[in-house]
Design a protein around this ligand. Structure first.
Ligand code: CO8
Length: 259
């Protein structure tokens, strides 16, 4: 096990649980936190026991954005040359294993962007999402103009990015930003149950399914459909297909070996 300063990393059987843990700054994503998060995700990625990942914060905040104290003195040359913040910040989006964001409280700026880098968001009824960058003289810089627009469309994305207003969990679900809203006290249970469920399926199929859905955002339709069909055909080369279909016909639970 590793010990970090601003996050907690736990193995819950087949699920990797990362808890952002910088309460004094509402989980503002400082340099150390983002590096630790990247490190934890890389460890989980190569850990064969882990089939899915949950990223969560505290009841008060999933993440209040990039650390404004750290950003305040930076110049154009500083941020351009260090490629702030993408160079340290693409880990959740790059992970091949499914990553669920379990969001309670504030998910603002980089915090909302982090949630959107995950494969889907389960929100507590206390969650509040927003891209308030405009209120501090900048604009979203880690997907807030791109992933948000793809998930909720232009009207809502422009509204949120240009006014900086916050939306509650109910509105976030209505516009398609979050997959489910649950009572705050059930958030972690629900997210871990979803992750465990995913982790129990045939792993090649899970990774292919994630890759196929993601290709919908990166390719024209004809290309995406062709890619999906190739993966679909490839799934018939896995043990999971043989086991899953035999188990169905035998009326028993499948036992996947992740091959
Ligand atoms: N950075 C640094 N410190 C923060 C941040 C932050 N983003 N957010 C909160 N804190 C600190 C506060 O300074 C305060 O510290 P202290 O007690 O030492 O004064 C502590 O957390 C508690 O905060 P508040 O007292 O403000 O708590 P409230 O409950 O009154 O308010 C809010 C909560 C509404 C969340 C408020 O803190 C707030 O508006 N925070 C800033 C939100 C924001 O503007 N975020 C966007 C930042 S810009 C950004 O994210 C650019 C993204 C680029 C990509 C980044 C990828 C990592």
């Amino acid at each position: 096990t590793v010990t970090y300063e601003h996050i907690l990393l736990e193995h819950r059987d087949t699920v990797g649980l990362i808890t952002l843990n910088r309460p004094e700054a509402l989980n503002a994503l400082c340099d150390t936190l983002t590096k630790e998060l990247t490190d934890a995700l890389e460890r989980l990625e190569v850990d064969e026991r882990i089939g899915a990942i949950v990223i969560t914060g505290s009841p008060k905040a999933f993440g209040a954005g990039a650390d404004i104290k750290e950003m305040q003195p930076k110049s154009f040359a500083d941020v351009y040359l260090e490629d702030f913040i993408t160079s340290t910040w693409e880990a959740p989006a790059k992970s091949r294993k499914p990553v669920i964001a379990a969001v309670a409280g504030f998910a603002l700026g980089g915090g909302a962007e982090l949630a959107m880098m995950c494969d889907f968001i389960i929100a507590a009824d206390t969650a509040k999402f927003g891209q308030p960058e405009i209120t501090i003289g900048i604009l979203p810089g880690a997907g807030g103009t791109q992933r948000l627009t793809r998930s909720v469309g232009k009207a809502k994305a422009m509204d949120l990015v240009l006014t900086g207003r916050m939306i509650d969990a109910e509105e976030a679900e209505r516009i398609g930003l979050v997959a489910r809203v649950v009572p705050a006290e059930e958030l972690l249970t629900e997210a871990l149950a979803a992750a465990e469920k995913i982790a129990a399926f045939s792993r090649p199929a899970v990774l292919m399914a994630k890759e196929a859905v993601n290709s919908a955002f990166e390719t024209p339709l004809a290309e995406g459909l062709r890619f999906e069909r190739r993966l679909f055909h490839a799934a018939f080369a896995t043990d999971g297909q043989a086991e899953g279909m035999s188990a169905f016909l035998d009326k028993r639970r499948p036992e996947f070996n992740n091959r």
